[in-house]
Design a protein around this ligand. Sequence first.
Ligand code: NAD
Ligand code: DAU
Length: 378
Amino acid sequence: MSGDLSMFLCHILNCVITTSLNTILVTGGAGFIGSNFVMEWLQTTDSAAVNLDLLTYAGNRGNLASVDGKSKHIFVQGDVCDAELVGSLLQKHRPCAIVHFAAESHVDRSIIAPDAFLRTNIQGTFVLLDQAKKYWSGLNEADRARFRFLHVSTDEVYGTLGQDDPAFCETTPYAPNSPYAASKAASDHMVRAYQHTFGLPTLTTNCSNNYGPFQFPEKLIPLMILNALEGKPLPVYGDGKNVRDWLYVADHCSAIRAVLSHGAIGETYNIGGNSERANIDVVTTICDLVDELRPDPSAKPRRRLITYVEDRPGHDRRYAIDATKISRELDWKPAEKFESGLRKTVRWYLENSAWIESVRTGAYRDWIAQNYAERVEI
Ligand code: NAD
Ligand code: DAU
């Protein structure tokens, strides 16, 4: 074979290989939402997932036990702030999309120690964007047209609502109130800038409060389930009337898939569950579900454990999402009702005591002591 012909055949082969690849790079895929997303992705598509996760206190390989050993799941323990690592993963695996979940995600921790939030949420997102831009610029035309960078963000960037205010929509001005929310807002702006300035094909989602299997028990719902089960006080912040709009995690994952496949480049999509509930109502419902599914030997109602404690500083009063855009443009709506989703979630925590013990490490116990020991009862 002549040199020219073999070079031509190599080029054709390269084009076929690059345009037929459909791997995605997921960051933070050992966390709560990321692991639910990766498991569903591997179960429902033929595409491989490279899962880059630092395994901080919130990341857990046990979340991914059901996909362990699958050749389509390539787990890499590493930091999104590590530009060399991110660049080399992109070159090696040549993904057609990045789905960016990795973050520090707990508001209370951002109040006590904001540094890690600035690093991972802002610097980490910048590193990913910058490496994605380099990689994307070097792709052939077909792959460049297909590539997407999906940034998973939060409704907290919009700040707080009064009782009668309309729900957050995509044009609501940003007004983040906690260090967590401010770091996510900064990352959203950086995503916007990379799209506007360099043409990187980005998508951003801003979602409300998630709940479901594998949520780390520092967040309201799993913390209350476990404390109720163990007869411990249920620490409700302030007057318990703060409102959140709850979404079952599988519905968040289906929304992300819809945005990834049909979302318009440069757009943001709000995702919510149409399930606004006051915290105290969530907690009493959990008490009743635990009473029903695991009756207390003394037959005392778990509601007796509710303890009002000192409020979270700067506590946002109400979040609510107007999800009209994603519903109208991408035909997405949540499948789960809050009551059925919460019942499934309580059952999951009752049935997965080994998982619970595996995540309640010494560092977890230290966190609980740090956040709650000094919080006076009110
Ligand atoms: P999580 O805290 O459960 O998981 C975060 C994951 O990111 C962990 O696996 C952790 O190990 C990993 N990680 C942290 N720092 C990293 C780093 N430097 N490099 C690589 N990996 C790192 O979070 P979650 O609740 O699953 O949230 C996922 C994403 O969704 C976040 O971006 C969050 O802001 C967003 N979000 C969460 C909610 C919610 O209710 N939980 C709602 C809306 C948006
Ligand atoms: O709105 C989306 C956000 O939802 C995500 O971006 C965050 O990553 C996620 O952590 C969540 O933030 P919240 O602060 O709303 O979630 P959290 O579970 O910490 O608290 C929910 C509500 O319950 C909030 O009003 C504070 C209250 N709360 C929380 C804890 C942990 C209590 O009353 N007692 C508690 O012990």
